[in-house]
Design a protein around this ligand. Sequence first.
Ligand SMILES: Nc1ncnc2c1ncn2[C@@H]1O[C@H](COP(=O)(O)OP(=O)(O)OP(=O)(O)O)[C@@H](O)[C@H]1O
Length: 261
Amino acid sequence: MNIFDDLLKFTVIDIVDVVLVAALLYYVYKLVKGTVAINIFIGIVIVYLIYLVTETLQMKMLSRILGGFMSVGIIALIVVFQQEIRKFLLMVGSTNISKRGKFFRQFKFLQTETANETDVDIILSACNKMSASKTGALIVLEHNNNLDFLTTTGDEMNIKVTQPIIESIFFKNSPLHDGAIIIANNIVKATRVILPVNNDKTLPSRFGLRHRAAVGITERTDALALAVSEETGQISYFKDGDFVMFHDTNELAEMIRKDLN
Ligand SMILES: Nc1ncnc2c1ncn2[C@@H]1O[C@H](COP(=O)(O)OP(=O)(O)OP(=O)(O)O)[C@@H](O)[C@H]1O
């Protein structure tokens, strides 16, 4: 049978298969990006390559030792990547399918609670005010991935977003000012949330834990994050584990609105 016959047999199921594998690889990449897991993975690949070489050269003792290691490979992988597998399942399981894509949004009327659009202008006005007074802040905007698994690290809330609310949460003497807040559908869902921190050494050393936490949450989920520096008053915007540059607040507002859609 020639290769073209095989290509012609490419069915819809094959396309779905390829798309799912691509999505899986994307999630795995997002999960291990900037963590030690990537180094462990490289280590495993190197051991496997050595094993193949010893097999080819028929180096019996070494290939038997490495072969033994390979035969328990899947169990070893589960043990070594226990944390990552846990996070991966959490990430997949916490995706709000109804919030993903235009198709599902057609069925918004089926949702029990009315989903309000997050008011980006109000949030940015609060950030500007906090920036002027050098009040530190960390705001996480939920997107498709549900962040309920993080709210338990802080205090669950249910407060409509207003400028005075955000400012008073981060006011230095407020009991709620520490940690991050999570906003979803224009509601402050949680305050004093502890976010996963990015430990990547390549981040400039001037960025402390607040900024590393913003990188950490945006690389693990599709959430967006805004940080106001207590030291410099600078507002930073994070998406997909990276800083996003912007010229002014208007441009930033446009970007966030687009990214939340
Ligand atoms: N993992 C975390 N999750 C949420 N908030 C955090 C986390 N780590 C630190 N923070 C918040 O960041 C605040 C400041 O931390 P740090 O000074 O290290 O950050 P920074 O990036 O240098 O920011 P700044 O420029 O405001 O000083 C902490 O007081 C805390 O409120």
